[in-house]
Design a protein around this ligand. Structure first.
Ligand SMILES: [Cu+2]
Length: 149
């Protein structure tokens, strides 16, 4: 009986944190729309996480773009979407941060859910990476690239 009650509390906590995550995503979206007044538009790119792979695994944007990545996880397991250069990717691969939901360009996408995160693309032409660093996923090939040149 006790164990069952505890499980109920954990489920309630999990539901509450999911709700908070959803609210924070909405707040971020609203901020992006406000930014549009400045002339820059928000470009939306949908990336599916399916069978522990990103589809597409390569995207091309313009330098200076503001991009909203809509991340659709169709797998029955969690994934994450971390944008950054090799140094960022290595830090996350070695790191212990198990959950992301506040920093733009770093988002945990729970099993069978959709999340979005907004990334400001640098003005100078170049490229960067995105990847999932849950244990074993990067080694399995869960990574992609963003070109902006
Ligand atoms: Cu993953």
């Amino acid at each position: 009986m006790r164990i069952r009650e505890r499980r109920g509390i954990w489920i309630a906590l999990a539901a509450a944190s999911l709700l908070l995550a959803a609210v924070s995503v909405q707040v971020r979206s609203a901020e992006a729309h406000r930014d549009e007044g400045g002339g820059a538009s928000v470009r939306e790119i949908r990336i599916e996480m399916h069978h522990s792979a990103f589809e597409p695994d390569h995207v091309e944007v313009e330098p200076g773009d503001t991009v909203r990545f809509v991340l659709v996880n169709t797998d029955p397991i969690d994934h994450e979407f971390i944008v950054g250069d090799t140094g960022v990717q290595l830090a996350h691969e070695r790191g212990t941060e198990a959950h992301h939901r506040r920093k733009p360009g770093e988002m945990t996408v729970p099993a069978l859910t959709t999340r979005s995160t907004i990334v400001a693309v640098p003005e100078a032409p170049g490229s960067t990476l995105f990847a999932c660093h849950l244990p074993g996923h990067f080694a399995y090939g869960m990574a992609g690239s963003i070109m902006f040149d």
